[in-house]
Design a protein around this ligand. Structure first.
Ligand code: M6R
Length: 620
């Protein structure tokens, strides 16, 4: 939540700082889009502009302002304390106008800090928790004129989570920042250094970056970087090279990021599967840092995640239990965190996160580790906090996901979970090597199968357009189709703002069937025909809701003739036949994503930036 950019260069090329910051904000806008602002050091003073609403509002003000600044900061906001107004937008400027600051996170002791300021007659202009930080920073700066040291002292006073980035009007040759439980990376350019909530902020300028540890303060100058811990001791960042470029972070020829990312799903699965086996056809997960002997001892797995990532975990549960014969529970990270969980050194906690920055998931990880469990993270973002704080990491290689609604990350997460499941099965010798090889072969076919589904995209889009006025949609599934139903409903809620619910089809008669009324659209995820028992149960569920007037839209295999007896062909979305039952979610979820995307578009909503949401939920 909230995107932050910082830039300092050796030369003050006309408008460069302004443009780099605005471009960085554009690439971070998916993190929050309630307001945006920029502050530049110009002629030994702070030039600051901020505006409620989308970045374009700020752009229209700032584009006519010609700037010779070589240092500046920017912010795109997801509101926590105080509504999305101009006053509450960042940057905030100190009472003496010397310092400007941007903040991501929540300062929990802001009231105490505000009271201290009030005693000095320093009053906030905004309703935010962030503004107190800039005034305190200015007070600290008065003591020794050292912004780096002032930021360190300020960080020690704050409780909560924060990334703070500040500029000093008296010195345009440096920017300082501090981070605790909130993301920040450094970009290393030629004669310029950058700060960003993630590398997207500066990937157009440089792909060389530096990961920063927890509780660190950093100073960037045009040619160097210094990092200290909050206690003042010297430390360093960890260098890494960003493995994607500006094209990957752009929309290409697509209208929206979501469209592009849906079309990248075959590649996301393919790349996540790449280089996982050795010459003897054994799975090798070099990046894991957990000893195999510990994995053999595991007697329970708990998956922690939020939203779409948790549904990927629900899918994985079926495969992990089948292949590894270990009980698997899936917990929403925020629920796991605040209960007396029963875990120990034999529990493997698997944390799934696209961003690697979701605060709820991060807190669950810490909780699990404090309780002696090993944590294995499945993460898409290199160098993210969750990747750093886990005992082991398995990266999904989906590439940057920009649209707020998760799509390619979901299929990549399922793929990574399956690789993990097969690896555990191999280490624990609970399935034959032949089964592992065959299952991997099936997985390797999945990118092609997803492409086949994408080829039928137009039919799904026209179905969505014909349903533009629906008020409520239900989704039903069994077995791995159940989490797909939950995901289909989530996509529709977050993008099209209509009531949607996913149910286990077997649960229908225990209550939800009372919701069914004449012409209500119900998506049914039909299991493969080869799974005859659950297949026929789902066909019965189709009949039950049809008997009550529902309009069934079935997602079913090409060779599923039974479904055609009860659903009009125009309402059947066909997926390829012969897909391994556990891998069906990788194809059945695609039409649901396309449907939600198109329904949102036809209703005139912003597909990439749905209201009230942000891509990366970095506050609890
Ligand atoms: O970055 P994460 O995978 O940890 O994010 C978890 C959820 O916030 C995320 O999947 C969210 O539910 C998506 N917006 C759904 O499309």
């Amino acid at each position: 939540m909230c995107g932050i950019v910082g830039y300092v260069a050796s030369e003050n090329i006309s408008d460069k700082a302004r443009d780099v910051i605005i471009e960085g904000l554009a690439r971070l806008e998916y993190r929050g889009y309630d307001s945006a602002g920029i502050a530049l050091v110009e002629d030994s003073s702070i030039y600051c502009q901020k505006k409620e609403g989308r970045l374009d509002n700020l752009r229209s003000i700032i584009s006519s302002h010609s700037s010779s600044a070589r240092a500046g900061i920017g912010h795109t906001r997801w509101a926590t304390h105080g509504g999305p107004t101009d006053e509450n937008a960042h940057p905030h400027v100190s009472f003496d106008k010397r310092v400007a600051l941007v903040h991501n996170g929540i300062i929990e002791n802001y009231k105490d800090l505000a009271n201290e300021l009030a005693q000095k007659n320093i009053l906030s202009l905004s309703e935010t928790d962030s503004e107190v930080a800039v005034h305190h920073l200015a007070l600290e700066l008065e003591k020794d004129n050292d912004l780096f040291e002032a930021m360190r002292r300020l960080a020690c006073k704050l409780e909560g989570s924060f990334t703070l980035v500040a500029i000093d009007s008296h010195n345009d040759g440096e920017i300082v920042a501090a981070r605790r439980n909130s993301p920040l990376v450094v970009g290393i350019g030629e004669g310029a250094y950058y700060l960003g909530s993630d590398v997207a902020a500066f990937v157009g300028e440089t792909r060389k970056a530096l990961e920063l540890g927890q509780d660190t303060v950093v100073r960037i100058t045009p040619t160097d970087v210094d990092v200290v811990k909050f206690d003042g001791s010297k430390t360093q960042g960890t260098p890494f090279e960003v493995d994607w470029d500006l094209d990957a972070a752009g929309k290409g020829n697509f209208d929206t990021f979501m469209d592009k990312e849906i079309h990248e799903e075959p590649a996301a699965v393919r790349k996540t599967l790449t280089s996982r086996v050795d010459s003897a056809n054994r799975l090798v997960l070099d990046e894991l840092r957990i000893d195999e002997s510990l994995l053999r001892e595991v007697n329970r797995i708990i998956v922690v995640a939020c939203g779409t990532a948790s549904y990927a975990g629900h899918v994985a549960k079926y495969a992990l239990e089948q292949w590894c014969r270990i009980p698997v529970e899936v917990e929403l990270a925020h629920e796991f965190r605040y209960r007396e969980c029963i875990v120990n050194e034999k529990t493997l906690v698997v944390a799934i996160s696209q961003s690697g920055e979701t605060m709820d998931t991060l807190m669950a990880i810490r909780h699990a580790r404090e309780n002696s469990s090993k944590v294995l993270a499945i993460v898409n973002t290199y160098g993210s906090t969750i990747a750093r704080e886990s005992d082991a990491v398995l990266y999904t290689h989906a590439g940057p996901e920009v649209a707020v609604a998760s799509t390619k990350a979901f299929v990549a997460q399922i793929t990574a979970c399956y690789i993990l499941g097969l690896y555990l099965a191999q280490v624990r010798e609970c399935v034959s090597s032949e089964t592992i090889t065959n299952t991997l072969e099936e997985l390797n076919k999945m990118p092609g199968r997803i492409e086949d589904v994408l080829a039928c995209e137009d039919a799904v889009r026209s179905l969505a357009r014909s349903m533009a006025d629906v008020q409520s949609v239900l989704f039903l599934g069994r077995h791995v189709g159940f989490p797909v139903a939950l995901e289909g409903a989530l996509k529709l809620k977050e993008l099209a703002y209509i009531h949607a619910e996913g149910f286990a089809a077997g649960e229908l008669k225990h209550g939800p069937i009372a919701l069914v009324e004449e012409d209500m659209p119900i998506f049914v995820i039909v299991p493969p025909v080869s799974e005859d028992v659950i297949h026929s149960k789902v066909i019965s569920n189709v009949q039950e809701v049809r008997a009550r007037g529902a309009r069934v839209i079935a997602v079913a295999e090409e060779n599923d003739l039974a479904v055609g007896n009860f659903v009009d062909e125009e309402y059947i979305v066909r997926v390829p036949s012969g897909v391994h039952a556990l891998m069906m979610p990788l194809v059945t979820v695609i039409p649901l994503q396309i449907f939600a995307c198109e329904l949102a578009r036809v209703k005139g909503y912003d597909v990439d930036k749905p209201r009230n949401l942000a891509k990366s939920v970095t506050v609890e």
